[in-house]
Write a new protein. Structure first.
Lengths: 443, 443
């Protein structure tokens, strides 16, 4: 890529623009976008985030706005329009939509982006219960002209649009032409509430193998359908969000390489600062034990090793529990079950690691690290092994219980990140370590 | 749940059995399973992992084996049979399948479970290019009796089963009855290779909104289809695997609450032991600086704070890069781009945190922590602030480059877990810290 930012734009390929896009100032973007050839522009427009689409649409000439806003599917158009803060601009852009689409978009805009209603498409195939199979096939055929989202399922509605049942296209097609829809429709079906959270909708799709689910309001009036292709995106996005939170940062809004430096900075500095301030506590606690450290510097030498054992087991436990919660495998009421489980597993882990700790201390002894305290070497080894063992159990319990505490306080359990757990374990771990040292070594 | 393990089984509900299942010894499981009523048993059998299905099928009477193995879809049956090690048993179970299914299963068993071939179903709708639309509709209608995986797309094959094109059911249905399939079929389509890795197949589905993709061999002979409902599971599974690895452990085979204690122990102890041994290095390195520490214990007091800053930034960077790699946003060749990005972002992060570090040290000074070294307090504050800043940059670069190194060595980048990065940063961080202290404080 050899295009300088200030060079006069002439033509540019999809790949080149994609590469420099995040580095472009907002008001340069439209100019560059318009240098793409038509096919590249179509691909590009559909690939950029809704925020960027909203920005471009506002800056474009009326003629272009009209063209590009009509390229968007109704649910995408609703997402984009919701991102335009300026009311006048939002109306201008919306008015370029076809009349019929505008109505659909208005209906969709009432939903939040991460609710079932925000994911759904209002374009589904519908029939009446008193039609015959042959009539229904003809009727669906006519609806097909309207770019339906899917004809995999056809929904049976009464005149007030209440959802009565569903017929798969295959069953309709296989059925005897004279039978009534009400006789062949499936009435025992799974529906989604319009304000249901997208994560729980994704879990429904993952558990049962649906291709599409109907969205209904509180009165069982059918509002639209959610198709499984949107769910793949939801599952991927939600996992990415959780992973980033579990890595100790706020979730990014864009791809890694598409994020601006300032976004990257803002999403990362928050937790880093909080954690640094929490670590102020470690220094306070350590200072409290400075006499003990002065009398045996060898105790200091093992601090990182011992803290790390607790932190690492804590990270494992927090990761396991957080993910299991996100997948709906663990609920709040499972807290005692998880506690018991972690207690048993971490006791075995602790015993093993304490043994390794004891061996390590002996290796260090051969390396002459304990020459100053040779006569009391076994006490030191015992202190270190015991501390490793206790901290492993302690770390596991902190790491596994923290997500429950967060969830109980209505905070996303994914905030129980490895760095956060490590920090908590560090602070209290030092107290545990020096208490054990005091008990065994008497310092 | 009040059922004791040794109580004589009588009847049991789905939920109760689900709860005690992981705690049951293998040879008790069949006995309990057979106490379920028929509907619960069907649900239960389809909910347990393939390993457990394989175990039950081996232990059952011929009559039951015949019933339950026929409950499985061909691709699931292939997965289960692959898990039976005893050849004689495997043949016995397989022989209970219907003749036709057995042939499909044999074909599927040639694939690994995590390859495209292992995900696909051989039951797709097929037509010939020289059929008319009306003939094709009749032909597809006949195939529908065979429980096709989907009729959303219908594949056009020549006599040797080469894939020539695809027609959506809607297009077929809308088309003029006399037109030839070869005129209306789409020939420019995305296909999946039979040995393609399931992660890359999932990325294809996520990027474009397909409902199903055809699987072909090297000669473009069509082998089956992969439908999007299986992809939702793949995406969820792969994310869970990555998350668990990034938490510093091997990925579990089962749900958290369904895993046995010994599995949980085995999956966690590996990394914990490795990390503990790596931490042996920290003690060696720290010991090297024990004179410096003796002369100013206050340096020890800040070790956890400084190490944590590097470790936390490193965890963030590793998490970001690993996830972006898993989503295909970053490739090996982006290494310099990522390096530059992390350098810029982490410099700003480092500067901010160094400033906070400086303020923290001043707070500690007011708390009297520096009373022994009051005359040189500013040098100490400078050492700590500089170390925080440098370690933040260093941690970021290590955390972001490690996934590249692992990928380059064909190791899963998700192994660059927060605990692993923290450990690496700890060891080298101590050297950096004491070097800076030596330069500024001259000790």
């Amino acid at each position: 890529m050899s295009l300088g930012k200030n060079q006069n734009p002439c033509t540019i390929s999809f790949d080149d623009l994609w590469e420099i896009w995040p580095t472009l100032a907002e008001d340069e973007r439209l100019e560059w976008f318009e240098q793409l050839d038509h096919n590249d522009a179509e691909d590009f427009f559909s690939s950029i985030p809704s925020e960027d689409q909203a920005f471009l649409l506002q800056k474009m000439s009326d003629r272009n706005t009209r063209y590009w806003v009509r390229e968007l599917a109704p649910d995408d158009a609703a997402d984009v329009l919701q991102l335009i803060d300026d009311t006048e601009q939002r109306e201008r852009v919306k008015n370029h939509l076809q009349e019929r689409v505008r109505k659909e978009v208005d209906a969709l805009m009432a939903y939040k982006e991460d609710e079932a209603g925000g994911l759904m498409s209002p374009r589904f195939a519908r029939i009446r219960p008193d039609m015959s199979v042959d009539e229904a096939i003809l009727y669906v055929r006519r609806q097909m002209r309207d770019e339906l989202e899917t004809v995999y399922y056809i929904y049976v509605l009464d005149k007030e649009q209440h959802l009565l049942g569903v017929v798969s296209f295959e069953d309709l097609f296989k059925g005897n032409g004279n039978r009534l829809i009400s006789d062949i429709m499936e009435t025992d079906m799974t529906t989604v509430g319009e304000d249901q959270d997208q994560e729980s909708v994704a879990l429904l799709f993952a558990r049962e193998d649906y291709f599409a689910l109907p969205v209904v309001d509180a009165h069982n009036v059918m509002k639209g359908i959610i198709t499984i292709d949107d769910i793949v995106d939801v599952v991927t996005e939600e996992a990415t969000e959780d992973i980033q939170k579990m890595g100790g940062m706020a979730a990014l809004d864009n791809d890694y390489l598409q994020s601006t430096f300032s976004e990257m900075y803002k999403k990362r500095i928050g937790w880093l600062s909080i954690l640094l301030c929490c670590n102020l506590l470690t220094t306070r606690v350590m200072d409290h034990y400075s006499d003990a450290m002065s009398s045996a510097v060898i105790l200091c030498v093992f601090i990182p090793l011992i803290m790390a054992s607790g932190g690492n087991t804590g990270s494992q436990a927090a990761t396991l529990v957080t993910r299991a919660m996100a997948l709906g495998e663990i609920r709040l009421r499972d807290v005692f079950k998880v506690f018991k489980r972690e207690l048993i597993v971490s006791s075995s882990l602790g015993a093993t690691l304490a043994l390794i700790g004891f061996v390590i201390t002996n290796i260090c002894n051969f390396a002459g690290m304990f020459s100053d305290v040779q006569e009391r070497f076994l006490y030191f080894a015992g202190t270190i092994a015991t501390s490793v063992g206790v901290l492993v159990i302690y770390g596991s319990l902190v790491g596994s219980m923290l997500p429950f505490l967060l969830k109980f306080c209505h905070i996303d359990p994914a905030s129980a990140s490895a760095p956060f757990v490590t920090t908590i374990v560090d602070v209290s771990g030092i107290i545990i370590y020096f208490t054990i040292a005091r008990l065994i070594l008497g310092i």
